[in-house]
Design a protein around this ligand. Structure first.
Ligand SMILES: Nc1ncnc2c1ncn2[C@@H]1O[C@H](COP(=O)(O)OP(=O)(O)O)[C@@H](O)[C@H]1O
Ligand SMILES: CC(C)(COP(=O)(O)O)[C@@H](O)C(=O)NCCC(=O)O
Ligand SMILES: [K+]
Length: 260
């Protein structure tokens, strides 16, 4: 079975794949100090609790935080006796072209999202990921990754307000009833929530205009469900797009006989 690990700047998600069936997924905070032994105790405890008996033979990693990869490699080596595929490393092939400026390193999560988006929805696609950052990634008709947009994340924007202004409290994001807030918290939530709705709409409109073709827009990431409540922003929501992409990339590397 395949263990797929997506390490974002805030959260790390593990998913267990049996062929194209996801039989479990677990989330933990991203901490580069966490050791291979700690990962293993955590993961095996959760698997036991759910009665999952799995023989993990393969592992694939996507990480936006380079220094967590070391301990994840040790996990793979020590407990599963396999060398992991690491997206973004030369030995990990992608099933699509990447057409960006020479020397640019695209975040692996962004590439993985577009691979999964293309597999399910085809090309001429925009994938919006509401993670620590909010990213927009564009897939051409042939599935190639052709670039995108990086905007500050929703929670990051709220945190920035709190940190920079003495009188603004820590606030959790939610969809406000009204645009006009009648207290500090409601005003901040309105600014960030409706500001983001506008940001998403404007950026997607401009990507479509620049591309000159009709495009589908799909959303993913921790905070995507919140924006799914605003009916007309997205054509679809996918809660495990990065995991689907990791499975697809692993399959592609097997197909071409690539061993990490
Ligand atoms: N189910 C959830 N409900 C509310 N907030 C969430 C949920 N999942 C994640 N978040 C928050 O959304 C943000 C992005 O999460 P995530 O997609 O896991 O980020 P990343 O991939 O960058 O680690 C984080 O600030 C996280 O605290
Ligand atoms: C843009 C990101 C910070 C998003 O990370 P996330 O919100 O998933 O933690 C990450 O994809 C990244 O570090 N990218 C490197 C630069 C680039 O993609 O061009
Ligand atoms: K992410």
């Amino acid at each position: 079975m395949l263990l797929a690990v997506d390490c974002g700047n805030t959260n790390t998600v593990f998913a267990l794949w049996d062929g194209d069936q996801m039989i479990g997924h677990w989330r933990t905070s991203t901490e580069w100090q966490r050791t291979a032994d700690q990962y293993y105790v955590w993961l095996s405890t959760l698997m036991n609790l759910q009665g999952i008996k799995a023989q993990i033979t393969d592992m694939i990693i996507s990480s936006t935080v380079p220094r967590v990869v070391f301990n994840l490699r040790v996990l793979s080596d020590r407990y599963f006796n396999t060398r992991p595929l690491v997206v973004g490393k030369p030995e990990c092939a992608l099933p699509v072209d990447v057409r960006v400026d020479e020397g640019t390193t695209v975040g692996p999560d962004r590439l993985v999202n577009t691979v999964a988006g293309y597999e399910k929805y085809g090309g001429d696609l925009i994938v919006v990921d509401f993670g620590t950052a909010t990213t927009f990634d564009v897939v051409a008709a042939d599935g190639a990754y052709v670039g995108g947009v990086i905007a500050p994340g929703v929670n990051l924007s709220l945190e920035a307000l709190h940190h920079a202004a003495a009188a603004l409290p820590h606030v959790d994001i939610s969809k406000p009833q009204n645009v006009i807030g009648t207290n500090t918290v409601a005003c901040m939530q309105s600014g960030v929530f409706w500001g983001y709705v506008g940001l998403v709409r404007e950026i997607c409109d401009r990507i479509k205009a620049e591309s000159g073709v009709p495009m589908k827009v799909i959303s993913t990431g921790g905070l995507a469900p919140l924006f799914q409540q605003t009916a007309d922003l997205f054509d679809a929501y996918e809660d495990d797009l990065t995991m689907q992409g990791l499975r697809r990339i692993h399959e592609h590397n097997k197909d071409i006989g690539n061993h990490a």
